[in-house]
Design a protein around this ligand. Structure first.
Ligand code: PGA
Length: 243
């Protein structure tokens, strides 16, 4: 299947910097062997969507609320994101799970709300270093997957080992392939044919130098890129490595 390279801009950049980065990605997006998605902070979604309108680069947010509207100070609904020009939303990123105490059940409700509003949910799972060292990685990821995905899920899954995010460290290629194979089997068992075609992204210190090897692994259908997505040339180099 055609890979997806998604950039998670996290809490970086002024409005002007976001617009400039979006423009640079747009200018380099022609003829790539992957679909591109950029996920700016909420505040910049509308401007980035406007800068990318008519291009091949999609726009997503980094979270949404599970409710359609209401008294939820500081939150943003999936419908608002859609209205602002987003087509995707990252949900259950480990930084949300840690910083905001998001549970699998909360992520599941958000994913259902996102889909209901017409957004493609990009649901993140991944073990901590202690869980990896304790031999629990597959069990943790399997539980997160089972409990974070709503019934009828038709989105994207991102496997992001927490200890690989922003650290420059990555699992071995064999370990990445093993977890992606486990995720694929679980998706196929639960969702049938749709689970077979769900894109499973790898995330965690993906860079131009390691992207080709990771993206060539079985059941790795793209990447969720943090730090390297803030430099257009690096993000585009990763997308080129998907070919
Ligand atoms: P990183 O972040 O590429 O900077 O490790 C990935 C992510 O958190 O999505």
């Amino acid at each position: 299947m055609r890979p997806l390279i998604a950039g998670n801009w996290k809490m970086h950049g002024t409005l002007a910097e976001a617009a400039a980065l979006a423009g640079a990605v747009r200018d380099g997006a022609g003829g790539l062997p992957a679909d591109l998605l950029v996920c700016p902070p909420f505040l910049h979604v509308a401007a980035v969507a406007a800068a990318l309108r008519g291009s091949a680069v999609a726009v997503g947010a980094q979270d949404c609320h599970a409710a359609a509207k209401g008294a939820h100070t500081g939150d943003v609904s999936a419908a608002m994101l859609r209205d602002a020009g987003a087509t995707h939303v990252i949900l259950g990123h480990s930084e949300r799970r840690t910083d905001h105490g998001e549970t699998d059940a909360a992520v599941r409700a958000k994913a259902a709300a996102a889909a209901g509003a017409g957004l493609v949910p990009v649901v993140c799972v991944g073990e901590t270093e202690a869980e990896r060292l304790g031999g629990q990685a597959e069990a943790v990821v399997s539980r997160q997957l089972a409990e974070s995905l709503p019934d009828g899920f038709a989105g994207v899954v991102a496997y992001e080992p927490v200890w690989a995010i922003g650290t420059g460290r990555t699992p071995t290629e064999a370990d990445i392939a093993a977890i992606h194979g486990t995720i694929r089997a679980a998706l196929a068992a639960r969702f049938g044919a749709a689970g077979g075609t769900t894109r499973i992204l790898y995330g965690g210190s993906m860079k131009p130098g390691n992207a080709a090897a990771i993206l060539a692994l079985p059941d790795v259908d793209g990447g969720l890129v943090g730090g390297a997505s803030l430099v257009a040339a690096d993000f585009l180099a990763i997308a080129r490595a998907a070919g």
